[in-house]
Design a binder for this molecule. Structure first.
Ligand code: ADP
Ligand code: MG
Length: 569
């Protein structure tokens, strides 16, 4: 603007949109309402894709998994207090799983909140978010929006990725300032997740430990999938000749059918290995904390690659900590391995292979049972074929038996194609993950859901229909949680605590919103219905009737249920 001319103005609404766009944000997942309704409209008008959900937790889960898939923070937008709290569950889950996301919530007036004078949806959201995420920021002045957004982005993706909370009080949106000064206040984040190179000494130490191994094992975790260092990881594994075990969301980084994959020999390799290299996997409960029966009596040495130094020695001693980003660490190892590397002793490789073949052969007949009522294995057997035939489809998976059995049965072939309950083993991620997987990748999505798990986010089938997403939901309907056969111990008329309406027709929910609903009772029918759904790209829900007696309590983790010693009194 020339001097003297009337100054053009901008406002908080537009500065936030401009700041997000400047930093490459293309999609916002959220639920509209006071004070962010107009913001959502304007963002859509300005070319950001705004995906509205029915409940904030699912919008938050969508943002979180968008972060995992893209290495950029997924954005979730909510209203104040209750909407914020609904989104907070997803933010905490994202932080626990090391997924980068930013929860942006509108909030009520600071002056009233801080004096606790009772505002509409009054809540000190910043204070509440803080312990549940990596970082939390509040912006009070329009001129600080650029910095606020920049800090949120950098905090989410640098170092160990995680959730960030950004608090935007209602008043901020309407604040005006000079447009040119506003534009100048925006910050484009340069190199938001800088490479972190491992120290040469640490690389040498890791290689020395690996070289000394008689029975080495590499465990790939979802950090390795996140890192998008697929080629280097594959090269390291193939060059070293070491068997690898993928954690759930690392499946497909190398195909589960790769000759070095020890997935089907999991118990054996955990028990008998002598050196274990963890790449983006934590020794948490999912790996029995690196000790105890699962890990056997053979003394173990651990090499751990992680970007978070504090992760080292969290459960057991790490003989060779390698702190840095996975791409840089694995590249350094590859370089150090050179051309004289000796493959692991053949008796170890033979032992792993024969265990694997034995377990695969044992499982095979169970996957081919084609009869009604279906059990989990019969139904999963055909879904396994579906993914083999369509390796680019994204598999979303939650439930108890539905999760634990699908993880073992359905082979994955490509990186970041399996999205599931993650570090917490949480139910409710299903439809949020499915929506974001479809939006972010454009690939077909197959969501394999226990009937209980599906219930947590089931209303989002409307969202799937509204955006006409290529999502096929398969509900493994066994009439209840774990099983559908429990009875009320008093003999009273209330249902048992773990059962649902018998023979419910979840497929009708999809039809209610214009999607395709199918009810199937045999694996053949299931296979045909899934193929049709994926070929058509139409939102589809397949209600797969599973034998109500087929499940086991808590799937594979029944041991985590506390037991009453008075039970048999
Ligand atoms: P899983 O459950 O598959 O074992 P976890 O979530 O327990 O995986 O572990 C993932 C680990 O990966 C975390 O400790 C995290 O710090 C680490 N991580 C995530 N991204 C990177 C990266 N780019 N480079 C190095 N480590 C990473
Ligand atoms: Mg069930």
């Amino acid at each position: 603007n020339t001097a003297g001319a009337e100054h053009e103005l901008t406002d908080g609404f537009h500065l936030i949109i401009d700041a997000l766009k400047l930093n490459g944000v293309k999609t916002i997942y959220g639920v509209p309402g006071i004070p962010i309704t107009d913001f959502g409209r304007m963002a859509q008008a300005e070319g950001i894709r705004v995906i509205s959900f029915r409940h904030e937790q699912h919008a938050g889960n969508a943002a979180a998994i968008a972060g995992f898939l893209t290495k950029k923070p997924g954005i979730c937008l909510t209203v104040s207090a209750p909407g914020f709290l609904n989104g907070l569950t997803a933010l905490a889950n994202a932080t626990t799983n090391c997924f980068p996301m930013i929860l942006i919530s509108g909030s009520s007036e600071r002056e009233i909140v801080d004096l606790q004078q009772g505002d509409y949806e009054e809540m000190d959201q910043l204070a509440i978010a803080k312990p549940l995420c990596k970082a939390a920021f509040r912006v009070l002045h329009a001129a600080d929006i650029g910095i606020g957004v920049a800090r949120a982005i950098r905090a989410a993706v640098s170092g160990r990725p995680g959730g960030v909370y950004l608090d935007l009080p209602a008043k901020l949106f309407g604040q005006v300032m000079d447009a040119e000064a506003g534009a100048n206040s925006l910050v484009e984040v340069i190199d938001p997740a800088p490479a972190q190179l491992p120290a040469p000494g640490a690389v040498k130490r890791a290689l020395d430990v690996l070289k000394g191994a008689k029975r080495p094992l590499i465990i790939l975790g979802k950090g390795a999938a996140y890192a998008q260092a697929d080629d280097q990881i594959r090269a390291l594994i193939e060059k070293s000749g070491v068997p690898f075990l993928p954690m759930s969301m690392a499946k497909g980084l190398l195909p589960d059918t790769h000759p070095q994959c020890a997935g089907a020999a999991r118990s054996t390799v955990l028990k008998d290995s002598d050196v274990v290299m963890l790449i983006g996997a934590r020794l948490n409960w999912l790996l029995s904390h690196g000790k105890g029966k699962t890990w056997g009596d053979a003394p173990k040495k651990f090499i751990q690659i992680d970007i978070e130094p504090k992760e080292m020695d969290s459960n057991v001693e790490i003989a060779a900590p390698l702190v840095g980003d996975i791409g840089s660490c694995v590249s350094a190892l590859l370089e150090g391995i050179g051309d004289t590397w000796q493959a692991p002793p053949s008796d170890w490789i033979d032992a792993v292979n024969s265990k694997r073949e034995e377990n695969i052969a044992k499982m095979a007949p169970r996957l081919m049972k084609n009869s009604a009522p279906m059990d989990f294995h019969g139904a999963l057997g055909v879904l396994r074929t579906v993914i083999r035939e369509r390796p680019d489809a994204i598999l979303v998976n939650e439930g108890a038996n539905t999760l634990d059995l699908a993880r073992g049965i359905i082979d994955m072939y490509r990186p970041r194609k399996r999205l599931d309950v993650g570090t917490w083993g949480v139910m409710g991620i299903g439809m949020g993950f499915a929506v974001a997987a479809a939006i972010e990748t454009g690939n077909p999505v197959l969501a394999v859901e226990g009937d209980s798990a599906f219930g947590f986010s089931g209303m989002e089938v409307e969202t799937i229909c509204r955006y006409n997403l290529p999502v096929c939901v398969v509900v493994f309907n066994n009439n209840g949680i774990y099983r559908g056969t429990d009875a009320n111990p008093t003999g009273g008329t209330d249902a048992a605590t773990t059962v649902f309406v018998k023979d419910a027709r979840y497929d009708k929910m999809m039809e209610a919103f214009g999607g395709v609903g199918v009810h199937v009772t045999t694996p053949d029918e299931l296979k045909r219905a899934v193929d049709t759904a994926i070929d058509s790209g139409k939102p589809t829900l397949i209600n797969a009737a599973i034998d109500p007696a087929a499940g086991s309590e808590s799937g594979r983790i029944g041991n985590l249920n506390p037991q009453s010693i008075l039970k048999k009194k």
